[in-house]
Design a protein around this ligand. Structure first.
Ligand code: ADP
Length: 447
């Protein structure tokens, strides 16, 4: 995996090898987040519902049966392992499926069930007696469109008559083609080409329009304008659905353009906390990376009871550590800044499936991606900012977990210098939570 220089001694990192400052584009973050997600994010926050038109009725359901879906569709939902609707689905689904159709703007963090909700609405609105595109879903990137399409394919497993087409790069049709698929999922540029330049389908016949990942969409140059151009050509009575993980003014202004008279539902993001996390530090010999390696080996048995992530400050350290562990016969995965998007997907996919129990990475992963299923986090290097002060925010994001329902975890910090001890103390003071000394010669000490 990746390109790793094989050497046993790790030279001191230089700034150029430090990818802690590398930024993953928002679209890719969103994608990686989806790949690593195992299930719904727990939410304890109340749902905030706003209606412009107070006369429009508002329903909520506690079961999927209550939605009166086609039996084949309901079966598809259950086959995916969904037993009950998530918090936003309870309200979003009856609204999205209502007759007459209702417009909706929904905002909630990644993992709360938005995609599943609109895919279900898209599928149940299809009229298979009509052989032309009726449902259009816009996604910001190729990969995100494919992700949505895969959910749709799974959910419609028992509805083989529903046809889905991707309007994304690489999909090219002969001139004069008239699409007979019911659902189009694509990126704005390609959809514009297909609808306007090539007239492969008629936007006037679209009755359901979904704009997904609106916040990611506006982060991409030109996408917002393309979406608006497409939107202008849709019929008046087309049902509009607008989804976003965040809720900035910019996103809401965009939403106002696309969706008239909406029901707006919002779910505040759950805060991360260290409450159920047992934190430790391990003293290693000053500047001795081999001693740190020894510490990892000592705790290996404990950390692989669950799934673990080891954070390193630089790619070089991460690659070195991964190599050494692999040579010693441990199965580890590595995710670092020098991998391609596809490689990252493969690595995270395997990790989510549990094929590797240990993932070694740099800060590339720490920002923006939540790894709720990981029970053990090892800071091979403590996070620090450019001034070499403790980066408490990154620490919390690496270690902290959301949800109160007994999700416990362990954090282990390796200390190899007076400076890293100082960082550790700073973090301890900041969160007012004790970081306990751990003797790795005696890993039974870990509770
Ligand atoms: P979002 O679009 O908000 O990121 P998703 O719809 O992708 O959320 O859902 C997040 C994860 O939860 C996915 O793995 C999905 O399969 C799963 N999921 C969605 N709805 C349900 C449900 N009602 N019950 C169980 N799992 C669900």
């Amino acid at each position: 995996v990746g390109t790793m220089g094989i050497s046993d001694k790790v030279p001191l990192p230089t700034d150029s090898e430090d990818d802690s400052k590398d930024e993953i584009p928002v679209a890719e973050k969103s994608l990686l987040q989806k790949i690593i997600r195992k299930g719904l994010v727990e939410t304890t926050k109340p749902l905030d519902i706003q209606r412009k038109n107070p006369n429009s009725p508002l329903y909520s359901v506690k079961t999927f049966e209550a939605l009166h879906l086609k039996p084949e569709l309901l079966k598809g939902v259950y086959d995916m392992g969904f037993n009950t609707p998530s918090k936003i689905q309870e309200t979003a689904l009856p609204t999205l499926l209502a007759d007459p159709p209702q417009n909706m703007i929904a905002q909630s963090q990644s993992g709360t069930g938005k995609t599943a909700a609109f895919v279900l609405a898209m599928l149940s609105r299809v009229d298979v007696t009509k052989n032309y595109p009726q449902v259009l879903c816009l996604s910001p990137t190729y990969e995100l469109a494919i992700q949505t399409g895969e959910v749709a394919a799974k959910m419609s497993k028992h509805c083989p008559e529903i046809k889905i087409k991707y309007a994304v790069r690489g999909e090219d049709l002969q001139r004069g083609t008239k699409l007979s698929d019911h659902i189009i999922i694509g990126t704005p540029g390609k959809v514009l080409d297909w609808a306007i330049k090539f007239k492969f389908f008629d936007l006037k016949k679209i009755s359901v329009f979904v704009l997904d990942e609106a916040d990611v969409m506006i982060a991409t140059q030109g996408h917002q304008d393309q979406c608006i151009r497409i939107h202008k050509l849709l019929p008046q009575n087309c049902q509009m659905m607008f989804f976003s993980a965040t809720y900035e003014t910019e996103v809401m202004e965009f939403a106002e353009i696309i969706v008239s008279n909406p029901i707006i539902i919002k779910l505040l993001k759950e805060e991360e906390s260290l409450d159920n996390i047992k934190q430790y530090y391990v003293k290693c010999k000053d500047g001795d990376i081999d001693d740190k390696y020894q510490a990892i080996t000592n705790i290996y048995g404990v950390i692989t009871i669950g799934q673990a992530i080891i954070f390193c400050h630089t790619r070089k350290t991460a690659n070195w550590l991964a190599n050494k562990m692999q040579k010693d016969g441990h199965t580890v995965a590595i995710l670092s800044g020098d991998l391609t998007v596809n490689d990252r997907i493969v690595v995270l996919d395997r990790f989510r499936e549990g094929l590797e129990k240990v993932l070694i990475t740099t800060n590339v992963l720490a920002r923006g991606i939540d790894v709720e299923q990981v029970t053990i986090v090892v800071n091979f290097d403590l996070p620090m900012d450019q001034n070499r002060k403790a980066d408490c925010e990154t620490y919390l994001h690496r270690i902290g977990r959301t949800g109160r329902f007994g999700k416990s975890g362990i954090a282990i910090n390796l200390i190899d210098s007076p400076h890293s001890m100082q960082l550790c103390r700073e973090i301890e003071r900041h969160f007012k939570k004790k970081i306990h000394f751990l003797n790795t010669e005696d890993p039974d000490e870990i509770e």
